[in-house]
Structures are given as structure tokens and as C-alpha cells.
Design a protein around this ligand. Structure first.
Ligand code: KG4
Ligand code: ZN
Length: 353
């Protein structure tokens, strides 16, 4: 018997899919709808990768190795728990950088084997998607989810834990990538999203007319690659004036990305008739996006739910939470088979229940 049904459970979650090592402990209790976050700790490698203008996969893997066990000790201490009390060890199985995923998966499975406790591999995007359940105002199923991270831009119909239907997605760059690549063209450090949105607050969003790709396509797909090219062309045209007009170009870029995300989200809501929207992933931290979604959803009578600001970008809490919710909903069992396989490419709609 390799499967283990575990309830109630103290779940240790390890996230290592990209450039953040995150570890967290959540406790799920029967009768309680949402598992409780006991502790979480994070180490961001951003500073290390900034020198290269983007994530260097080999450096990321090596740094995950250095951070994961100290962070694990830290969360156990914060929560006042012993390692032996952990019931399940969860980890990000994919999608992400293969080497980085191997570190978290390897450590999680080694810990599970050493403790004789079951392990459970989680989809990174499911972690993002469920992360608003840790907020003070958790959503209820069903809802439409706008998943906007550095690598993904998707609209999903979510009917329950593990019940995800893809409504539309980007056909090229992700929204986070559009922020990051445009920011790079403006000379801002990696990752560019936070810096570009900060600069945008000092600029005029109407200053430059930038494309809104697929805005009127009638479907729920996105395309952001052309926007980056338009920002490049505009910055070349500005030449020596770029420095003085940087804030205007940042504001115009953000306005283009946000308008497409908001309009497509509204279309998804009217098409599905959903009364709730959940926004998740790093770009979900963008204040302009939040303000416009709030305003438009209020008009439609739709409630919007976001993760806490500090849980928008990658973290271990969302991985421990997703594992605990999958166990609680009975859609997945933890496993006593410690062999593992990472999935660098893994469509969320294919994880099933
Ligand atoms: O979800 P996440 O941490 O990592 C992935 O799973 O990809 O998302 C990272 C992305 C980066 O592209 C980053 O620039 C973007 O989220 N981001 C933002 C903001 N904060 C993070 N983009 C726009 N505005 C922000 N405030
Ligand atoms: Zn992520």
C-alpha cells in the first residue's frame, strides 16, 4: 500500500520552481474549510540573478540547495513544531525550471523517506490559484481565476479543488514577462514588474499609444509579445529623450497590459456567469490591475479575491495549502513511494482530480 490518507494533517510545503525558496507549515483540521497557515519562510534569489538581467537556472538550483534546510528549520521553530510531527511533506512538482524543481522534490522525498511520512507533489499554478484561501476574505467555489505570473497568463473556470477548465491563455509571452521585458528596455532591474509599476505612478498612461493585442478577438486568449516590440520601437524613437519620458512609457505600458487583463477577465465573467473572480500570481500584486478589476467587477456585481500581497509571488505557503486542500477534498492521496519525477512543463487543466 503506497497511498496514505492523512487527516488531520500537519503539512510541510517546499517551493523551489524558480528563483524563490519557500517553506511553510499548514495545519488542516476536519470540519475547518480552510487549512491554517502556521509559519512560512522565504529566501528570494532576485539579488543574485539581477547581475545577469534574469534567472540563471544553474545558479538557482545551487542556491535552493543552500536555503531549503535552514528555511525548514526556521518554519518548524516559528510554529513550535518538531520535524517528527510533520504528517505530509509537499513539494512543487512543476511547472518550472527542471534543476530547481529537482532540489525541492529531492529534499521533500528524502525527508519523507527519513521520517517514514508520505509525500505529495503539487502543481505550482494550483498553489497560486488557491493562495487567496489564506487571505482574510477567502473565496468560495465556483469562480473564475485570472492567473498572472512570470511564466503564465491564463483564465480558468474553477469548480472545486482539482476541477479546473482552461478558458483562455497567452499564445506567446506571459503578462509578467511583458512587464519584465519592457522594464528591461527601460533600464530597470530584474524582475521589472514592481519597478515598472512604481515608475508608472509618476507617468501619463495616455502618453504613448501602445497595442492591446487580441483585445477584440472575442475569445479569452492573450498575446503580449507584440507589446514588448512596440515598447522597443518607442524607446528607440525617443532616443536621448527616453530618460525624460521613461515614466510616461512605463505608465503607457502598464495601461496596455492592465487593460487587456481586465477586459478579458470581464469577458470570462460574463461568458461563464460566475459571480466571483480570483486573481493570483505575481502580477496580481500590481496595484493598477487591482484598482481596475475592483472597479469593473463592482459594476458587474462580482466579488474579487486576491492573495495577501506577500503571498502573490512564489512562496511555500501556497504549496503546503494546495497539498492540504487536495488531501482534505480527497482528490489526491499522499504517497509512500519516494521515487519522483519533476514536470517542468505541465498544463494545469491536465492535473485532474
Ligand atoms: O508568480 P511569480 O512570483 O512567479 C512565477 O511563477 O512566474 O510572478 C513573478 C512575476 C514577475 O514577472 C514580476 O515582474 C511580476 O510577477 N510582478 C509584478 C508585480 N510584482 C511582481 N508585475 C507587475 N506589478 C507588480 N507589482
Ligand atoms: Zn509562481
Amino acid at each position: 500500500m503506497l497511498d496514505a490518507r492523512v487527516s488531520p494533517a500537519l503539512v510541510l510545503g517546499i517551493e523551489s520552481s524558480c528563483d524563490e525558496t519557500g517553506v511553510a507549515l499548514v495545519q488542516s483540521t476536519p470540519g475547518q474549510a480552510v487549512p491554517q497557515l502556521l509559519a512560512h519562510a522565504l529566501f528570494s534569489q532576485i539579488e543574485m540573478h539581477q547581475a545577469y538581467g534574469g534567472v540563471v537556472p544553474e545558479l538557482a538550483s545551487r542556491d535552493h540547495i543552500r536555503r531549503v534546510l535552514p528555511l525548514t528549520r526556521e518554519v518548524l521553530q516559528q510554529a513550535g513544531k518538531a520535524l517528527s510531527e510533520v504528517d505530509v511533506v509537499a513539494f512543487t512538482r512543476g511547472p518550472g525550471l527542471a534543476g530547481a524543481l529537482l532540489v525541492g522534490s529531492g529534499v521533500a522525498c528524502a525527508l519523507g523517506a527519513a521520517l517514514g511520512k508520505p509525500v505529495l507533489g503539487v502543481h505550482h499554478l494550483e498553489g497560486h490559484l488557491l493562495s487567496p484561501f489564506l487571505s482574510a476574505d477567502p473565496p468560495q467555489f465556483p469562480f473564475v481565476a485570472l492567473l498572472v505570473s512570470g511564466g503564465h497568463t491564463q483564465l480558468m473556470q474553477v469548480d472545486g479543488v482539482g476541477r479546473y477548465t482552461l478558458l483562455g491563455e497567452t499564445i506567446d509571452d506571459a503578462a509578467g514577462e511583458a512587464f519584465d521585458k519592457s522594464a528591461k528596455l527601460l533600464g530597470l532591474p530584474y524582475p521589472g514588474g514592481p519597478g515598472l509599476s512604481k515608475l508608472a505612478t509618476q507617468g501619463d498612461a495616455q502618453a504613448f499609444k501602445l497595442p492591446r493585442p487580441l483585445l477584440h478577438s472575442g475569445n479569452l486568449d492573450f498575446s503580449f509579445a507584440g507589446l514588448k516590440t512596440a515598447v522597443l520601437t518607442q524607446s528607440q524613437k525617443l532616443g536621448a529623450d527616453l530618460q525624460a519620458r521613461k515614466a510616461d512609457l512605463a505608465a503607457s505600458t502598464q495601461a496596455a497590459i492592465v487593460e487587456v487583463l481586465v477586459k478579458k477577465s470581464m469577458l470570462a465573467l460574463t461568458q461563464t456567469g460566475a459571480k466571483r473572480l480570483v486573481v493570483a500570481g505575481g502580477v496580481g500584486a500590481n496595484r493598477e490591475l487591482r484598482a481596475q478589476l475592483d472597479a469593473q467587477c463592482a459594476k458587474l456585481g462580482v466579488r474579487v479575491h486576491y492573495p495577501e500581497m506577500h503571498l502573490c509571488t512564489d512562496n511555500g505557503a501556497m504549496i503546503a495549502l494546495a497539498a492540504a486542500m487536495r488531501l482534505q477534498a480527497g482528490v489526491q492521496s499522499a504517497s509512500l513511494d519516494y521515487s519522483f519525477e519533476v514536470k517542468p512543463r505541465w498544463p494545469l487543466a491536465q492535473i485532474g482530480v
